[in-house]
Each structure stands twice: as structure tokens, then as C-alpha cells.
Ligand binder design. Sequence first.
Ligand SMILES: Cc1cc2nc3c(=O)[nH]c(=O)nc-3n(C[C@H](O)[C@H](O)[C@H](O)COP(=O)(O)OP(=O)(O)OC[C@H]3O[C@@H](n4cnc5c(N)ncnc54)[C@H](O)[C@@H]3O)c2cc1C
Ligand SMILES: NC(=O)C1=CN([C@@H]2O[C@H](COP(=O)(O)OP(=O)(O)OC[C@H]3O[C@@H](n4cnc5c(N)ncnc54)[C@H](OP(=O)(O)O)[C@@H]3O)[C@@H](O)[C@H]2O)C=CC1
Ligand code: HEM
Ligand SMILES: [Cu+2]
Ligand SMILES: [Fe+3]
Length: 442
Amino acid sequence: MSGEMEKPLIGRRLVDSNGSLVEAPSEAPKVGILGSGDFARSLATRLVDSGFNVVVGSRNPKRTAGLFPSVAQVTFQVDAVSSPEVIFVAVFREHYSSLCGLSHQLAGKILVDVSNPTEQEHLQHRESNAEYLASLFPTSTVVKAFNVISAWALQAGPRDGNRQVPICGDQPEAKRAVSEMVHAMGFMPVDVGSLASAREVEAIPLRLLPGWKVPTLLALGLFVCFYAYNFIRDVLQPYVQESQNKFYKLPVSVVNTTLPCVAYVLLSLVYLPGVLAAALQLRRGTKYRRFPDWLDHWLQHRKQIGLLSFFCAALHALYSFCLPLTRSHRYDLVNLAVKQVLANKSHLWVEEEVWRMEIYLSMGVLALGTLSLLAVTSLPSIANSLNWREFSFVQAVEPADWVQSQDTHLPSLRHQTSFLAPRASACSPAPVSTLCHMEDVS
Ligand SMILES: Cc1cc2nc3c(=O)[nH]c(=O)nc-3n(C[C@H](O)[C@H](O)[C@H](O)COP(=O)(O)OP(=O)(O)OC[C@H]3O[C@@H](n4cnc5c(N)ncnc54)[C@H](O)[C@@H]3O)c2cc1C
Ligand SMILES: NC(=O)C1=CN([C@@H]2O[C@H](COP(=O)(O)OP(=O)(O)OC[C@H]3O[C@@H](n4cnc5c(N)ncnc54)[C@H](OP(=O)(O)O)[C@@H]3O)[C@@H](O)[C@H]2O)C=CC1
Ligand code: HEM
Ligand SMILES: [Cu+2]
Ligand SMILES: [Fe+3]
């Protein structure tokens, strides 16, 4: 097999006048696909576009041939697996055993397991799909790959969505071969270790926005509490004590006073765990011990908490810009003007009030601008273009000179732990601390 793999992966394409592929070059590496479903079709298209020679193995090639690119050869399973060295198994786990008749032809070849278990299957089987496949075909080498890429994303190409493809397997040579294919198809292979990691790789697509659940619930909880408080203070109390009807404040005004409170509390929750961690290290006199789980978890969710804080602050700014548009604001102005006229006053100008408002607004805009800077540097594309010093210059209160990544998850797949990289302690860059600003227009 090594001879085949030595060849360049992207072969010369033969393109006809209207730009479509006529025939895959015969020297192109041959790749097999078992199955003719959605994933198999997208995979075949992508492989053909990347210069591979594709053979599809179907139980009913006549029925399915029309669905594949014309250069891909669609044939019976036995015929499809005879010559390629790498064979993608694009069938569901429950049908793996139906392939056992091919074990003779598959001996010594690389089987790529692309499958994703359902949540139920994942809980039900202790053994990953890939390990199960390996147990069915002990004479073949199984590599896990591509399960995080949807059929749609495969077809659309790596321009959209996630580019990283975690790969695992027990044989370095086989992993290297598959990594090269992943690369040739325009994705980024990420080696995550032996086949024992397959279970974790299979769990990735089952996660829904990991790390956001607790911070989001926290933000919602804070919102409800502060909203209730502001409702009592601004609406209920005037109603009960002075029989004033201020219920019109519910949709805009009360929300607008609630949002910055939530933003502030969330922001303090971003920087509090760092302080607690530092205090803990001082008390222990060492930095080489694990933090308690709750603190570790808290430290790891600072990004999400910070972004939610930014979200609330941005909404607050938008609501504030809308305040002058409300009817109540217009009536208040008119009523004030009428009062002025009746009182025979011509010029209303309270210097202190004017200055206070100018400064409040300026602070608000500056604070939002600063938070935006933090938010922008947390975009993966921008964070990746910064080195750790630049990142911590913008993000951190003080530069730290240690590292302790307690994240047990896969490296760099979901959790952004780059900020835990070791830092030099020589000089302290000035922090961009978020400006405080309190406003009271009433
Ligand atoms: C809008 C916004 C966006 C954000 N985006 C991101 C983001 O993209 N990525 C991100 O990571 N954060 C993000 N954050 C969160 C926050 O800005 C960063 O986590 C920042 O690095 C925290 O700085 P710090 O100085 O408080 O903590 P750190 O620099 O982490 O540390 C302070 C002190 O705590 C101790 N300590 C902290 N953690 C550990 C540890 N793991 N092991 C041992 N000691 C420790 C050390 O003694 C250290 O000196 C964002 C925040 C906001 C508001
Ligand atoms: N769809 C997606 O977005 C993604 C899918 N995957 C994985 O790819 C694999 C295939 O998924 P998908 O293409 O969507 O599924 P489909 O149901 O569309 O296709 C499954 C294919 O399996 C083949 N097959 C082989 N043996 C059997 C059998 N005994 N019984 C039934 N079918 C059999 C069939 O092809 P034939 O009749 O020609 O033999 C069928 O077309 C799964 O393991 C899935 O987890 C992974 C990532 C994303
Ligand atoms: C463009 C940016 C901003 C503008 C125009 C703005 C405007 C306002 C206005 C008009 C109010 C008075 C609301 C009311 O009393 O009904 C207010 C209050 C407030 N703002 Fe801002 N703001 C901005 C950004 C921010 C940011 C980034 C923060 C901090 C995260 C913040 C924190 C506060 C706080 C704490 C209050 C007091 C809420 C209360 O009365 O309890 N603001 N702001
Ligand atoms: Cu969590
Ligand atoms: Fe995690």
C-alpha cells in the first residue's frame, strides 16, 4: 500500500470544454466507499473534485449509479473493495455486520469509519463504532475520521463551517495516509490519538453548544432577578404608593435598566475566578496543584460569560438609543415645555445636569467600545492571529506566568484554552480594564 500512498494525492484533472470532469486520471489514488447514502454521495463528489479515483460499493449498483458523479465507478461491494487501499465505510453501525462477508478482501486495508452514533446508541454501547468495526475486521486497520463533517458541509466544501477533522487510529502509517487525504480535500486533520479516543470523537457532534448552557442560564437568572427588582422599584412602588400608572415602562425602560445590571454582574463574574485562583495559589504556596472542580469549570467558562456580558451591554446601548423615539418620551418633553410656558420660564439649562449626561454617555460609549474589543479578539480567526502576549494584553487584568490547563477535552477542538498558555512575567502590559459608568437620566 505504501507505493500507492507515495503518489501525489491531487492528480492532474482532465476537464472538458464545459468545465466538468471527463475522466479521473488513471494514476490518481484509488479510494473505495461502501454505501450509497447521503454521506457516500457527498464524499464521492468531494473526493472526485480533489483528484481521487473513486469506486463505490453498493448492494444495488444499478439503482444508485445515477446519483454519483459520472467519473465515480459504482459497482458491487465485493468488486469495489478489491483494489483500493483506503475504504470509507459510509454505512450505519447496525449494518456493519452485514459487511462481514468482505473481510477477506478487506484484509490489510485501511477502513475509515465516518459514522456518528445517535445519543441513545452512544449511551447504550460502551465501545465506540470505530472500535466495534475494528473488532469485526481484525485484519484491517480502522481509522476514525470525518464524523464531525456533515454530508452537506462535505459537498459545499470547506469554505463553510468547521474545517477541523479529528482523526484517531492505532496505526501511525494509516493515520498519516488518511490525514493526507483529509488535507487534500481541503480540511484540517487533527490527530487526537489512538482508536481508544474514538468514543470521544464520536461524542463531538452530539454536543450542542458546549459551555454555553450554564452561562446562559446564569444570565437568564440574573435578568429575571434584576427585572423583578426594577419592576418593583420603577413600576410597582409608584403604583402602590402614589397610584401612578407606569406600566408603560415594562417593555423598554425596565428592560433597559435591567440589562446593564446583568452586564455588570456577568463582567465581574468573568474576572472574579482569576482573583480567587490567584488567592488560592498564594494560600497553597504552589501553583502545581489542581483547582477544585467548580473553580476549574468557572475559569473555563469565562469566555462565554464575557460574551454574554457584551451581548447585554450591546442590547442596553440599542435600547438606550431607542429611548428618545418612544411616545412617552415625546409626551414628557411636550408636557415639560407646557409647564415651562405656564411658569413663564424661557430658558431651561441646568449646567450640572448637562455635564453629567454628557459624561455618562461618553463613558457608556467608551465602555461598549472596550467590551467590543474584547469580543472581537475572542473570534477564533482573530484570536489565532494574536500571540499569547497580545491576547492577554487585551483580555487579562494582569499577565500570568504559569500554565495549568486542566481541560481534559480534546485539544483545540471546542474549548478555546489558548489563554492558558504559559506567559512570560517580565513586564506587565497595561490592562484594558472595562470602564465603569453609571447613569441616571431621571
Ligand atoms: C467580551 C469578552 C470576551 C471574552 N473573550 C474571551 C476569549 O475569547 N477567550 C478567553 O479565554 N476569555 C475571554 N474572556 C474572558 C477574560 O477576558 C479572559 O479569560 C481573561 O484572560 C481573564 O483575565 P484575568 O486576568 O482575570 O485572568 P487570568 O489571566 O487567567 O489569571 C489571573 C490570575 O488567576 C490565576 N489563575 C487563573 N487561571 C488559572 C489556571 N487555570 N491555573 C492556575 N492559575 C490560574 C493566576 O494566579 C493568575 O495570575 C472574554 C471576556 C469578555 C468580557
Ligand atoms: N449524513 C451525514 O451528514 C453524515 C453521516 N455520517 C455517517 O455516515 C454513515 C452513512 O450515513 P448516510 O449516508 O447519511 O446514511 P444513508 O442511510 O443515506 O446511507 C446508508 C447506506 O448504507 C448502505 N448499506 C450497506 N449495507 C447496508 C445494510 N445492510 N442495510 C442498509 N443499508 C446498508 C446503503 O447503501 P447501498 O444500498 O448502496 O448498499 C445506504 O445507502 C453513517 O454511519 C453516518 O453516521 C457521518 C457524518 C455526517
Ligand atoms: C453606547 C453605549 C451606551 C449608551 C448610549 C448608554 C446609555 C444609557 C442610558 C440612557 C441609561 C439610562 C437608562 C435608564 O435609566 O432608563 C443608562 C444606564 C446605565 N448604563 Fe448605559 N449606555 C451605554 C453603554 C453601557 C455599558 C457598556 C454599560 C456597562 C456594562 C452601561 C451600564 C449602565 C448602567 C449600570 C446604567 C444604570 C442602570 C440603572 O439605572 O440601574 N451602559 N445607560
Ligand atoms: Cu460546563
Ligand atoms: Fe468542557
